[in-house]
Each structure stands twice: as structure tokens, then as C-alpha cells.
Design a protein around this ligand. Structure first.
Ligand code: SF4
Ligand code: SF4
Ligand code: FES
Length: 536
């Protein structure tokens, strides 16, 4: 550890920490553009200049020139000033240079509101221009650089974050800087497009509005958006995300830092998973079969009728998709226990045509297989034997294989479907309950690394749909089981029963999640992840 004093505040930080991070740990900000904690140091923007008043205990003399904080590692006894008049004047000079050729099109720029140029200008701007507009160097605007990304070269401050991401993370090398001086510009490599599975991360890390998402641009002003912490349900990795929304509509998903899972990144397929939430196939009402027709009914009435139907049968199996949450899976298992102790089976295929890569993407396109297995579900893709009724939990087995599952379901005395989308399995259902998606409920998943992760309700379920845990808790109570009134009660009971400790609540799951093995062995959840770094 090294003891460092920044602006008269002394803290201890791990050896090797750079000054931008050390300041952040001390609750201070050293402005920066090119530094990103997930990338190598470039040291090109010079925005992070600081005044080192003492290098270390052994070398207590001040350094004559200002130094860049991102490329200066702490030393024991170091004394730093990041906001004295000398530093501020230098920073103003850097910002003035960056703005000489900037188009200042903030009113139509999608980055407005989360732009580091705007932000630092308020603190370090000179507020008058020494350069006439006509002297600005014109560069390209509205350049599609890939299927999902637009480039505005005039807004680019040449920090090379995007270039380094494509060199260091994806190793696809699609972007580079060409020319010299004020004619330098970001450009595509010959014959390339930014078209890789992680491309949109460069939009997130661009500190200005030079790179924008073709999906999100001109859709919303970011200051109107609220962020809800969640987990991507696109595959078994469970990348941590923020759901940005307004007025019950999701606008975008952005990666949320978690050093144990996804670092700063997520894949583009995961980013698009919100679109289904507002798709036309959403199930918004609950139904009872009346002859060959479905009749829409109050969801509580459907639960009641389904409970009566299950009671009149001998043995109920639960067939669950690995999209079901921990809480839903646990309730379904308890329902099966009351209905003849039928088998609980995960029916989702464990692999897909998308191969697991060495970064984040998993071939398993379901977020909670490990969790359901931890609850005691077995994995089969074949119909279970010796059952006469089925609780189908978010699984559309008929869409996967109608020949096999259609015949099986035709023989069932009762098929209850709990789903968030209209599916082919519904054609064989006796009762259908509309459940919210994972964006529409609180819950937990366990990812492929055995990490239990919490997601919160971002938007309300559509129409008359209810959260899956609400429907299943009511069904359990009507079957004679205990009545759970909240998802926290369910979580606590589940944790106690499967040996994760008593008194657990959703609030006790750290924002970075918790390794199931740690909880099982009584180890406390890790505190909030370290190292998130400045915006990155
Ligand atoms: S496009 Fe953005 S991230 Fe890339 S070099 Fe320019 S300012 Fe930096
Ligand atoms: S890697 Fe998987 S969990 Fe992560 S963003 Fe992509 S689909 Fe979602
Ligand atoms: S030089 Fe340090 S952040 Fe750019």
C-alpha cells in the first residue's frame, strides 16, 4: 500500500494505482478523456495534468513540470495538487485546444447530458473563443462505420479509447487515426466495418458524441432517462446492466461494471434483448380454455381455477425454461411437491448455434440454468413419465419440437402455462397466466460461474400481466401451501431451504452479486465491486 496526499487529503491505496484512480478513491475527480480503467494507458489527451509537490518520502521535492495523472503511479509519501491555479490554467489550455475545431452541435448531439466535453467545459472553459468559426477544420459527419454505429469526425477528440478497445478487447482493429495535427481524424481501416459482437461498447466509452448508436440516436434526451440495475438475460454469463427507461418504456441497455462477471462490457446481442419486451408477441392477459376457445379472465380467477384443476390430478411435473427466476423456480418446485411430488425439469437446450467465446458470450442462451439446477431441477429435453398434469414455466416446448411435445401435452389432464410471450405451447393449455418479463419483476439468477445476481423491476408488466412470483405464490397458497406476500419473503425462505443461510434478503445481495459457494460456506457477500473507475 502507498500513502498519498491529494489536495491535502491523505489516503492509502494499493501499490500500482494511478493518480486518476487514487483521486477517485479519495472522493476527488481528476478530469480525463483518454484514460479508461478497462483499457491500456494512452496519455494523449493531457486533461489529467496534476502538480506533484512531492514524488515520494525518499524524493520529497516537487517536480518542475505538470504530470499526467493517468500515467503516474502512486508512491509512498507522494503529495499531489490537482486543482491549484497552475493546474487549472493548463487544463483550460487543453480544453481550449480540444474545442478549436469542435462543431459545438450540442443541441442535436445524442451525447448531450453525458458528454465529458460539456461537463469539463463548465469547470474549465474559457467561455470566449479566440478562433473564428470559419477557421474551423471541417471533417466528416454522419458516417456509418458499422451496422449499429455512426461516426461524427468533427466531434471526435482523438482520445483513441475506441481504437484501443478494438485492438485490445475484440482484436478486430477496425478503427484508426490518420493524418497529422488538426487534420487528424478517426477513420475505418481499409475494407473494414465496425461489425463485431461487442461493437457498441465503443459508443459507451466514447467520452463525447463522436460515436453514437444507430438504435438509440435521436430517441431520447438522456437526462429524462432513469436507470434501473439489472442483469442481461441474453445468455448464461449474466452481464450486469443498467436499464435506461422513461415512462414505462425501455430505451437502451448499458453495461454496469462488475469485475467478477463482465468488467465494463456487454455484447450487442444482449443489448438488444429489451426489444422483445415491447414486442407484439407479449402476453398481456390470462385465459381459461372454454371448449376450443380461450376466454380471457381475471388472473386471480385463472389461478383459482388452475389450482382446482391441479388438485384433481395425481401428479404434476414442472417444465421450466432456464429463463425462470430463482424465486419462480423455487415456488414451482414447492407447487410440484404439493401435487404428487412430480419431477421438476429444465427443458431449455444447454447449447445453441452461437459458440461460447473467450470473452463474455455463452452458447447457453439462458440466464438461470445453474440456479434452477441448484434448486434441484434436473435437465432433460425429453417429456417426463408418469405424470398427468403440467406446470409449464416460461417454456415454449412445442415451438422447439411440436411432434414430440404436442402428443405428450395432448395426453395431459391439465396444462397450465405461465409465460410472458404468446407461444405455440399455449395451443395445448387449459389455463394460461400472463407473467411479467425479467425487466418487470424483482428477482435473481445464478450465472454460469455460480454467481447469484439480483435484478430490479424496471417497468410494470403490460396489460393485466403480473410478476411471475405473484402468480406462483398465489397458486401455492391456493394449493394449501404457505402464503408469501413479497418477493423478499420468498427469497428468504428459498435461501434457508437450500442452505444459503437464514435471514437473507434481496438487499443483502451485493450489487456485484454473490458467489453461491460463498453464501453456502457462510462467507459474507463481497462489498461493492472495487475498481469501477471513473467513467469510464
Ligand atoms: S470517436 Fe470517441 S472514443 Fe474514438 S477517438 Fe474519437 S473521441 Fe475517442
Ligand atoms: S454476453 Fe450474454 S449476458 Fe452478456 S450481454 Fe451478451 S447476451 Fe447478455
Ligand atoms: S492523458 Fe491522462 S486522461 Fe488523457
Amino acid at each position: 500500500m502507498a500513502k498519498v496526499t491529494i489536495n491535502a487529503k491523505t489516503i492509502e491505496v494499493p501499490d500500482g494505482t494511478n493518480l486518476v484512480r487514487a483521486a477517485e478513491m479519495a472522493g476527488l475527480e481528476i478530469p480525463h478523456y483518454c484514460y479508461h480503467p478497462g483499457l491500456s494507458i494512452a496519455g494523449n489527451c493531457r486533461m489529467c495534468l496534476v502538480d506533484i509537490r512531492a514524488m515520494s518520502t525518499k524524493q520529497p521535492n516537487p517536480l518542475p513540470k505538470l504530470q499526467i495523472g493517468c500515467n503516474t503511479t502512486v508512491q509512498d509519501g507522494m503529495v499531489v495538487e490537482s486543482n491549484n491555479p497552475r493546474v487549472i490554467e493548463a487544463r483550460q489550455g487543453v480544453l481550449e485546444f480540444l474545442l478549436i475545431n469542435h462543431p459545438i452541435d450540442c443541441p442535436i448531439c445524442d451525447q448531450a447530458g453525458e458528454c465529458k466535453l460539456q461537463e469539463y467545459y463548465m469547470d474549465y472553459g474559457r467561455y470566449h473563443s479566440r478562433f473564428a468559426l470559419k477557421e474551423k477544420v471541417d471533417k466528416g459527419k454522419v458516417i456509418p462505420v458499422g451496422p449499429d454505429i455512426m461516426l461524427d469526425q468533427e466531434r471526435c477528440i482523438l482520445c483513441t479509447r475506441c481504437v484501443r478497445f478494438l485492438e485490445e478487447f475484440t482484436r478486430t482493429f477496425e478503427l484508426g487515426i490518420k493524418e497529422r495535427g488538426d487534420h487528424s481524424e478517426l477513420t475505418l481501416a481499409d475494407g473494414k466495418q465496425v461489425d463485431n459482437p461487442y461493437a457498441t461498447n465503443i459508443v459507451d466509452i466514447c467520452p463525447v458524441g463522436a460515436l453514437t448508436s444507430r438504435e438509440f440516436r435521436f430517441q431520447a434526451r438522456v437526462w429524462y432517462l432513469d436507470a434501473t440495475p439489472s442483469i442481461c438475460a441474453g445468455c448464461a454469463t449474466g452481464c450486469n446492466i443498467d436499464v435506461d427507461l422513461r415512462h414505462e418504456r425501455i430505451y437502451r441497455l448499458k453495461p454496469r461494471f462488475n469485475s467478477e462477471v463482465n468488467s465494463f462490457w456487454m455484447c450487442d446481442a444482449g443489448r438488444r434483448t429489451w426489444q422483445r419486451n415491447h414486442g407484439e408477441h407479449r402476453l398481456i392477459g390470462s385465459y381459461v380454455r372454454g371448449g376450443s376457445e380461450f376466454v380471457e379472465s381475471d388472473p386471480h380467477e385463472v389461478v383459482s381455477r388452475a389450482a382446482d384443476a391441479l388438485k384433481s390430478h395425481r401428479r404434476t411435473a414442472v417444465l421450466a425454461s432456464a429463463h425462470a427466476t430463482m424465486e419462480e423456480g423455487w415456488l414451482a418446485k414447492r407447487i410440484a411437491a404439493l401435487c404428487g411430488n412430480g419431477p421438476c425439469v429444465v427443458v431449455s437446450p444447454a447449447s445453441s448455434e452461437i459458440p461460447t467465446d473467450d470473452k463474455l458470450i455463452s452458447t447457453d442462451r439462458f440466464p438461470n440454468r445453474a440456479g434452477l439446477v441448484a434448486l434441484g431441477f434436473t435437465e432433460h429435453t425429453a417429456p417426463p413419465e408418469d405424470v398427468d398434469s403440467i406446470l409449464m414455466l416460461r417454456a415454449d416446448v412445442v415451438a422447439a419440437d411440436e411432434d414430440r411435445w404436442g402428443m405428450f401435452l395432448e395426453d395431459m389432464g391439465e396444462t397450465l402455462v405461465v409465460a410472458d410471450e404468446i407461444g405455440k405451447t399455449m395451443a395445448y393449455a387449459d389455463h394460461v397466466l400472463a407473467a411479467g418479463s425479467h425487466f418487470e419483476t424483482d428477482g435473481t439468477y445464478v450465472n454460469r460461474g455460480g454467481r447469484l445476481q439480483l435484478f430490479r423491476t424496471a417497468v410494470a408488466p403490460p396489460g393485466r400481466a403480473l410478476a411471475g412470483w405473484q402468480l406462483l405464490a398465489e397458486l401455492l397458497a391456493r394449493l394449501g401451501g404457505p402464503r408469501y406476500e413479497s418477493v423478499d419473503e420468498i427469497f428468504a425462505a428459498m435461501c434457508t431451504e437450500i442452505g444459503l443461510g437464514s435471514g437473507r434478503t434481496h438487499a443483502s445481495v451485493a450489487t456485484s452479486g454473490v458467489a453461491l459457494a460463498d453464501w453456502k460456506q457462510g462467507r459474507a457477500a463481497a462489498a461493492r465491486s472495487e475498481g469501477a473507475g471513473a467513467q469510464a
